[in-house]
Design a protein around this ligand. Structure first.
Ligand code: HPA
Ligand SMILES: [Zn+2]
Length: 323
């Protein structure tokens, strides 16, 4: 298949996107447009110089820019516009269902009300269901560089809104700087979320060791692992992931841009798939990493020589792994 045929083959497969940070869909031109609309000063002269800054050496070098970019989000309309733009792109890529992560603490810490964040995300998601036929839900993600007490406080702030958004807010997650912020730090808040009936995911084994993946499963009762590519370093964990079919939401272009792998040809996605793990393909922060979900599938298929059957399997895994 040439690239065009490959793209249209993958586009036509019904897919779910399970690892997507909505703040990571803010394209440089939208950052500039929102900065102007909200009178926020940016430390970049123009869109091109912002785009040129997207040269990352590791997760933290990306996170610094990503949190700075999110500062342009102020109003309900801003959260709506960002989410609507993402849903249109996802629908065009053949995504039929999206589980969208957001970082409430990134916004509440700047004085944006949690009500504003939920209202903007939700109106776009409901519109996406009606007008694009794409279903979606929210993953309320705790920032792991902050304390567990702060995670509890944010959760308490948001819980009164749960009734209003119980069709959308199904899950909680854990993201931000992995190394030095192990799963055990959030054991109590995840246990509380489980009691409240939330589904659970956690980033683990992106930069952190395989033991963080195991601890996310055992200590946080995570039902899916975001990234998880370093699981391969622990054969016992690999056996468990296969036996229990615990989904890994892998993000190949993210791994490339954040130097988790030196080259897409060296990515272990195909090996993980061939060992029978429930691997899925996702875009993570597409505005920063150079591609949406279809770009991730195509680049990975070409770099690793994935067969049609393997592409069908990846898409089917994503549909099976949705909450
Ligand atoms: O890839 C990621 N890892 C951890 N935190 C994140 N927040 C946005 N993207 C990421
Ligand atoms: Zn992520």
């Amino acid at each position: 298949m040439n690239t065009q045929e490959l793209r249209s083959f993958i586009r036509d497969l019904p897919k779910a996107e399970l690892h997507l940070h909505i703040e990571g869909t803010l394209e440089a031109d939208m950052i500039f447009a929102l900065a102007e609309r909200n009178k926020v000063r940016l430390p970049y002269a123009d869109i091109e110089s912002l785009n040129r800054a997207y040269q990352f050496t590791d997760l933290q070098s990306f996170l610094d820019l990503y949190y700075a970019g999110a500062a342009v989000l102020q109003t309900e309309q801003d959260f709506h516009d960002m989410t609507w733009a993402y849903l249109q792109r996802a629908a065009a890529d053949g995504v039929v269902h999206a589980e969208i992560m957001f970082d409430p603490q990134t916004h509440t810490s700047r004085g944006v009300a949690i009500e504003t964040v939920f209202a903007g995300l939700a109106s776009a998601m409901r519109q996406g269901h009606k007008e694009l036929g794409i279903s979606s839900s929210l993953i309320f993600s705790f920032l792991r560089h902050l304390s567990e007490a702060e995670a509890f406080a944010t959760l308490e702030q948001a819980l009164p809104l749960r009734g209003q958004y119980d069709d959308l807010w199904l899950s909680v997650g854990l993201d931000s700087s992995e190394n030095g912020n192990p799963p055990e730090k959030f054991q109590k808040v995840f246990a509380h979320c489980k009691e409240l009936g939330f589904r659970r995911v956690a980033h683990a084994g992106e930069e952190g060791p395989a033991s963080y993946v195991r601890d996310a499963l055992d200590l946080l009762q995570a039902e899916r692992i975001d990234h998880g590519v370093r699981s391969e370093e622990d054969p016992i964990l690999m056996q468990r992931l296969r036996q229990e079919q615990i989904p890994l939401t892998v993000c190949p272009l993210s791994n490339l841009k954040l130097c988790v792998v030196p080259d897409l040809k060296q990515h272990n996605l195909k090996r993980l798939l061939e060992q029978g793990l429930c691997v899925t393909v996702n875009s993570d922060d597409p505005a920063y990493f150079g591609g949406y979900i279809l770009d991730n599938y195509v680049a990975t298929a070409q770099a690793l020589g994935l067969s049609k059957e393997q592409l069908v399997q990846l898409a089917a895994n994503s549909m099976a792994a949705r909450f």
